[in-house]
Ligand binder design. Structure first.
Ligand code: NAD
Length: 473
């Protein structure tokens, strides 16, 4: 790691964060809580999202994360502000975090693989246009390695004499545990221009912000390219572990082995470790797939075909896991689900978040709709319109069909009433303690349950009469 020698840091009074999403909102709320002397302005062009962040009832803020509402209640309008006034916030800021979305490109060169950097570029151009004083620009979004160079190009060609230092500070929080992850991070990574005194001073300035609550030993400083690449690498390794255990789950199903027993046995090997070995219906979320596709694209662009193929397999296996789960439902229900009611328990891509991006539930439901099933969804935190929007986005079924065949209800019990089968799609804690006996009584018989999260106990569910299919058993 780089040791910073230049300590001529700047006193930070104002921070601006462009992007009030799953990263920008929680991250800035924690910075505001831990640095009460700094004013933190989170700005976004999405007016309804900003309005929701400013909702007087903090339970209505747009992002659900355990512990987030409490921090927003403490800091909002004290030193944390949400607004759509992007220019104003840029103008006042000493440090500007760019935390906008970087989705997979859906058009042109790199379509379906490369990260779409148009939102990042728009931010850079806006900063270049507005800034009148020197600023530290922090890449918080996950970006392809060497994006900082493009940002530098745009910012340094403004001709207005403003000096910009560009840092990479990728975010490693996991949704569902974002606040714990932010309050007690495994590490903070800051990449910058290590060769110049100005670069080192900028890095030290950002180190000082985090040092309000993170032990210095956990704040790593590197060159900017290592920092950018580390984030893609971390997500690739995490997703690879899930695909690895999911690949074993299929072998378990065919051989009588139990994937949790295998995970436990290998996890006790300290070289392997026990975390992230939970088999499921496949990973979702906005990051893993997009970041690996981006890594595949970068590898291909560098002429590294074997490297690209290696990482692409993680995605192929994940898609396979979702598809085989959906196909197994149809096969088990005597090869037809037409006109049958399937209850989907959970829609979020994991528990304790309302984020549904790339959730397996979307793909499984889409498949079941193609097989003419009626799908009844219950999720404790996801809004009805989001569920319809997710299915419409795939473009396989028209809006009318979706609204006819998919119903969203307010309780798990309601979803399961008169169902032929239940699919557990999200591991929400409440699903473990449902009154499964009365749910069984209300279902068509034989009553099937497909557990894509391994939260149900096979023996006790079978004792109630269920026909139980657990992924990896
Ligand atoms: N979600 C995660 O768990 C997570 C974790 C680590 C890193 N990341 C990365 O962080 C970045 C942001 O992710 P997210 O989940 O917060 O995305 P998000 O879609 O929830 O939020 C992004 C926000 O940026 C806003 N925005 C886009 N362009 C803008 C502009 N020009 N001016 C102002 N606002 C603009 C959008 O309106 C949106 O509200 C991505 O690069 C992602 O890969 C995400």
């Amino acid at each position: 790691m780089i040791s910073l020698t230049n300590t001529m840091t700047k006193t930070i009074k104002n921070i601006c964060c462009i992007g009030a999403g799953y990263v920008g909102g929680p991250t800035m709320a924690v910075i505001a809580q831990k640095c009460p002397e700094i004013k933190v302005h989170v700005v976004d062009i999405n007016e309804s999202r900003v309005a929701a962040w400013n909702d007087p009832n903090v339970e209505h803020i747009p992002i659900y994360e355990p512990g987030l509402s409490e921090i927003v209640a403490e800091t909002r309008d004290r030193n944390l502000f949400f607004s759509t006034k992007v220019d104003e916030a840029i103008d006042q800021a000493d440090i500007i975090f760019i935390s906008v979305n970087t989705p997979t490109k859906t058009y042109g060169i790199g379509k379906g693989m490369a990260a779409d950097l148009k939102f990042i570029e728009l931010c850079a151009r806006q900063i270049a246009r507005v800034a009148k004083t020197d600023k530290i620009i922090v890449e918080k979004s996950t970006l392809p390695v060497r994006t900082a160079e493009a940002l530098k190009d745009i910012l340094h060609n403004t001709g207005n004499g403003v000096n910009f230092q560009i840092l990479s500070n990728p975010e490693f929080l996991a949704e569902g545990t974002a606040i714990d992850d932010l309050l007690d991070p495994d590490r903070i990574l800051i990449g910058g221009d290590t060769h110049t005194a100005e670069g080192q001073a900028a890095m030290q300035t950002l180190v000082d912000v985090y040092a309000h609550w993170v032990p210095k030993a956990q704040i790593l400083t590197t060159n900017v390219w290592s920092s950018e690449l580390s984030k893609l690498t971390a997500n690739a390794f995490l997703a690879q572990r899930i695909s690895s255990i999911n690949a074993m789950s299929e072998i378990c199903e065919k051989t009588g082995a139990n994937v949790d027993e295998v995970a436990r046995a290998i996890g006790m090997d300290s070289r392997i470790g026990s975390k992230f070995l939970k088999s499921s219906v496949g990973f979702g979320g906005s990051c893993f797939q997009k970041d690996i596709l981006n890594l595949v694209y970068i590898s291909k662009s560098l002429g590294l075909q074997e490297v690209a193929d290696y990482w692409e397999q993680v995605i192929i296996l994940n898609d396979h896991q979702k598809l085989r789960f959906a196909k197994n439902i149809v096969k088990t229900l005597y090869n037809t689900v037409s006109g049958k009611q399937i209850a989907m328990l959970g829609w979020a891509f994991k528990k304790d978040t309302n984020d549904t991006r790339e959730s397996a539930a979307i793909y499984v439901s889409d498949y079941l709709l193609s097989e003419q099933a009626d799908v009844i969804v219950y999720d404790p935190k996801v809004k009805t319109e989001q569920i319809y929007a997710d299915l419409e986005y795939l473009g396989h079924h028209d809006s009318e069909t979706i609204r006819q065949r998919v119903k969203v209800v307010k309780t798990a019990k309601e979803a399961c009433q008169n169902a032929h089968a239940i699919a557990v799609m999200t591991e929400w804690d409440e699903f473990k303690s449902l009154d499964w006996k009365s749910i069984y009584d209300d279902m068509y018989k034989p009553a099937f349950v497909f557990d894509g999260r391994r939260i149900l106990d096979q023996t006790s569910m079978e004792a109630l009469g269920f026909n139980v299919n657990i992924i990896g058993n």
